[in-house]
Design a protein around this ligand. Structure first.
Ligand SMILES: Cc1cc2nc3c(=O)[nH]c(=O)nc-3n(C[C@H](O)[C@H](O)[C@H](O)COP(=O)(O)OP(=O)(O)OC[C@H]3O[C@@H](n4cnc5c(N)ncnc54)[C@H](O)[C@@H]3O)c2cc1C
Length: 295
């Protein structure tokens, strides 16, 4: 069965006015991360913007469907984008999309894949041999377990222990030779790979809209995220910032650099009294926020 398309007419209209490629005619913008890692921006929607405008125009264009045409001055576009960001009117931001190529260790990919709003296509260790690439932190990045935060590690550990750790990683990498040897003996790639460590690199294409990218960045550029994924998130921010400078600035102003206060914190701030909570963690968080506020 083929559909009857004979009554459908496609009208191909020219752009209104002069347009420019938001990636400046480039096929790919790359940032190297760590030893073998990579964040590459491979495409953007909208790829073309009216002369003198950035891809922020697509956010404004979508928003004006709901707010009406109004005036179209660039400074008013900026005001509108910032208004949308402040008031969490998020769907206009979904009109901008980014396609990335990422190369990262599997332990980072495990954290990353929890962000379900992206479209992902990953390298297959069933079809292809996993390349011989392993993440090895620099010596100052062999971090000591934090005592205040069970998930984190901030300070570098002493040099001798760091070296011991790096030797341990070298031994783990030795497993790669066995992986190759056993595949040569006929073990299937899908089985041979299960002995590889989580610092081996994988790669994928990852497509996401700007609203969901900002959500990802707010969590993964944050100081609570593991340093290694933060390095990737910062590279992604650096890549999209020149494409959507107005939205990127609004993200820093109203999301990433903002401070959320709970009802109890607002009460404590108004009354000047201690936080009405006996929870130690909550009190420590309130102390941190007060420091940020210069109180
Ligand atoms: C510092 C840090 C520590 C973490 N520690 C752990 C940990 O110890 N263990 C662990 O398992 N995870 C951990 N995570 C992962 C975390 O719990 C989230 O899974 C991850 O950050 C993705 O967030 P998200 O669900 O908001 O994002 P996305 O999956 O991108 O979703 C975006 C938003 O879409 C909505 N959404 C998407 N899918 C659904 C759905 N199925 N149902 C309802 N709403 C949906 C939600 O509103 C969500 O916020 C950690 C994350 C961070 C940043």
């Amino acid at each position: 069965m083929t559909p009857d398309l004979s009554k459908i007419t496609i009208e191909k209209k020219p752009f209104e006015g002069e347009m420019h490629d938001v990636m400046g005619g480039s096929g790919r913008w790359e940032v190297k991360v760590h030893d073998h890692g990579l964040v590459a921006l491979t495409d953007v929607m909208p790829r073309f913007a009216p002369a003198g405008k950035t891809a922020d125009f697509a956010i404004v264009q979508a928003a004006r469907v709901s707010y009406g045409a109004g005036t179209k001055q660039v400074n008013e576009d900026r005001g509108l984008v910032r208004y949308l960001a402040r008031h969490r009117h998020t769907t206009p931001f979904e009109m901008v999309e980014f396609k990335f190529h990422h190369v990262m260790p599997i332990f980072i990919a495990r954290q990353w894949i929890r962000h379900r709003t992206a479209n992902v296509n990953e390298y297959s260790g069933r079809y292809s041999v996993v390349p011989d690439r392993f993440y090895k932190p620099s010596i100052e990045n062999v971090r000591k377990q934090s005592t205040s935060n069970r998930q984190g590690g901030e300070e570098p550990i002493d040099n001798a222990t760091a070296k011991e750790f790096l030797t341990y990683l070298d031994k783990v990498e030795e497993a790669y030779k066995e992986y190759q040897r056993l595949m040569d003996k006929g073990v299937a790639r899908e089985i041979a790979r299960i002995g590889l460590p989580v610092n081996v690199y994988t790669e994928w294409y990852w497509k996401i809209d700007l609203h969901n990218l900002f959500h990802f960045l707010s969590l993964r550029m944050d100081a609570h995220a593991q340093q290694e994924i933060r390095d990737y998130a910062n590279a992604m921010y650096a890549l999209v910032q020149p494409i959507v400078p107005v939205a990127a600035e609004a993200f820093l102003d109203y999301n990433f650099g903002s401070l959320h206060l709970s009802r109890l914190e607002v009460e404590a701030l108004k009354s000047g009294k201690p936080l009405a909570s006996e929870n130690k963690r909550e009190n420590a968080e309130w102390e941190d926020k007060k420091k940020k506020l210069g109180l």
